[in-house]
Design a protein. Sequence first.
Length: 241
Amino acid sequence: MKSSAAVEILRVDDLDVQVRVSERRRQVRLTVERDSTVSVTVPPGTGQAELVKLIRSRRQWLYGKLAERESLSEGRPPREYVSGEGFLYLGRSHRLLVVETGPTDVRLQRGRLEIRQDVLHEASTALIAWYTRRGVSWLPGRLRPWAQRMDVVCGELRVRPLGYRWGSCSLHGALNIHWATMQLPPDLIDYVLVHELAHVHVPEHSGRFWRTVQRAMPDCNARRDRLRRLGPDLWLPESKT
Ligand SMILES: [Zn+2]
């Protein structure tokens, strides 16, 4: 690892870890921040292989902390893939309707979330693919005005599973948004987008970062609180995150 003030993102299995090198550190310090960002501060000269090994050895602790911090992982009732079960899309609940035939395996039709019987054996996969497709077509138009307002040139936007996090962003401005985000009301999706756009300017959750978020979205704290409270209502199948 180079010694510099820059933050590097190190991917360890399904975790993105923000790595910061500090001249003053003698030992590696691993932390989980309030919004579930995992970061590590290391002394200069720490090797990447060594760091990956250390992070892996503390996985249990990390996941415990992440579960604690992130309401996205708490107390979620399991869903059944039967007609009548409720699924959220853009903040509204839609009842599942199992149909025998249909043009696509999952579609939203007259307020019902239709799922074709022949994909029921892999219902969660089909539903995740549907949320992902909706995200891919809906999110870019939503992102554009925020990116303009915040003076961010966006790279690619991908919709994918992100474990415990709503979103992540690379230093080059590519955004990843969790497919589960598509269950949130639009104004909370905006908060997730603004948060990630602010990271293009400021990687770490510093005072400058939160000022950047607040400048773009003055009521960001209220939205963040609602996001925390809403998290547990979302559908997030255990093995597919
Ligand atoms: Zn963040």
